[in-house]
Design a binder for this molecule. Structure first.
Ligand code: ADP
Ligand code: MG
Length: 401
């Protein structure tokens, strides 16, 4: 279905056309009438399937530009996602008089406050900064009619949950609540329901939880050999852009420091950097000025890098949904992508669980450590030739021949 077949005003349609959005994606088609009719919604759809615009288009339509007040509130888990989300709304709303604005940690508060006073219709925010402004009375939610949690399952996890509950409780008037994500673990579903009133559901996640446009490669390596294997892989592959995830900040630093000797255009991002530096790296990567980006999970969710051809998990992702979100940074909007996950002997039980849970068909580069009879023919031959050596250790039992 085309956007032009819907009841969308021409100023928004014109902007969508300019952005190259003509056909609606499935989640956009499904969500539009539900949001337009004012229902609460929990929408689950694959990474890179256009959830931002699915929400932003009807949200912009709901705003009364004559009313100088926040009417739409979008909460996202990370600062970069905040920038990206508000940029998408700005593009869609550019020919209207709707004013979107983002507030997130690390940005100048005086600028925020001046802008908020001047008038903002749609506020996109990270929870921390939002709380800060709610406590100091900078914000009023008196006119909020629509609240959105993007990456909802992340926002409803332990670390964020209390903040989100408090923020939502500050919206006193009757409003619509919309949740979006590519994942929704069972234990979070109940919490999600508690935020919603008589909700509609969209679930476009097929039987495979990991995106289908991605080939899922794995490689089993001795920890000592990982770096050489990574360099070889990146050199041999036709990499347009690669996002390489590590589980810890210090590992991101370390990998960046060692790989910049072998590659040009390398960058790194994690939450330990100043916000200026984070924003600059994020923009450089979006604009293809950086080709290989080492990242912590701060870049694991929601970010839309349309040129990422390869995602590498230097460490096996921790946490249930992390694999889906990390690898979902490639293969967006129907493009193809490759994911490579490094596995060491310490990861085998987690690996089994990951493969089962995400219902991925893993493609192994080298041997598959999960195969029961995994010994290579050469190794078997070597073992056959090797003479039996009884254990001659002092006091240790001697094996019988
Ligand atoms: P999600 O939130 O589902 O991960 P995004 O909203 O980030 O996905 O969108 C992924 C990409 O698809 C973005 O680059 C966006 O510009 C593009 N996109 C969204 N909707 C359309 C559309 N209808 N037609 C073409 N491209 C689209
Ligand atoms: Mg998104």
């Amino acid at each position: 279905m085309k956007f032009s077949e819907l009841n969308i005003p021409s100023d928004i349609l014109g902007a969508l056309e300019k952005m190259g959005y003509e056909e609606m994606t499935p989640v956009q088609e499904a969500a539009y009438p539900i949001i337009a009719e004012g229902h609460d919604l929990c929408a689950l759809a694959e990474t890179g399937s256009g959830k931002t615009a699915a929400c932003a288009i009807p949200l912009i339509q709901k705003v009364d530009p004559e009313l100088n007040a926040i009417q739409g509130l979008v909460i996202v888990p990370t600062r970069e996602l905040c920038i990206q989300y508000v940029t998408e709304i700005q593009h869609i709303a550019r020919r209207t008089s709707v004013v979107p604005f983002a507030v997130y940690g690390g940005f100048d508060k005086d600028i925020d406050i001046a802008k908020l006073k001047h008038g903002v219709h749609i506020l996109v925010a990270t929870p921390g900064r939002l709380l800060d402004y709610l406590y100091s009375g900078v914000l009023s939610f008196k006119h909020v009619k629509c609240a959105i949690l993007d990456e909802a399952d992340e926002l409803l996890k332990v670390g964020f949950l209390e903040d989100i509950e408090f923020i939502l409780s500050c919206i006193i008037r009757e409003h619509q609540t919309l949740l979006f994500s590519a994942t929704m673990p069972e234990d979070i579903k109940k919490l999600a329901h508690d935020c919603l009133r008589d909700p509609r559901h969209i679930s476009l996640i097929t039987e495979r939880k990991a995106p289908t446009s991605i080939d899922h490669y794995f490689t089993y390596q001795h920890p000592k050999d990982k770096q050489a294997a990574l360099i070889k892989y990146l050199k041999e592959e036709d990499v347009k852009q690669a996002l390489i995830f590590c589980n810890a900040r210090h590992m991101v630093d370390k990998m960046f420091a060692s790989l910049r000797k072998d590659f040009e255009d390398v960058g790194y991002i994690h939450a330990g950097l100043s916000q200026d530096k984070r924003t600059s790296v994020f923009r450089q990567f979006k604009n293809m000025k950086i080709r290989y980006l080492f990242a912590s999970d701060v870049a694991g969710r929601g970010l839309d890098f349309s040129h990422v051809s390869h995602v590498v998990n230097w460490d096996l992702p921790q946490g249930r949904e992390s694999y889906t979100h990390r690898t979902g940074r490639t293969g967006r909007m129907g493009k193809k992508g490759k994911a490579l996950t490094f596995v060491t002997r310490h990861d085998l039980s987690d690996l089994r669980e990951l493969i089962g849970r995400n219902e991925i068909s893993p493609l192994w580069i080298g041997k598959d450590p999960l195969l029961a009879n995994n010994t290579s023919p050469e190794r078997k031959a070597r073992n056959r030739k090797r003479p039996f050596r009884p254990n001659r250790g002092k006091g240790k039992p001697v094996a019988k021949p």
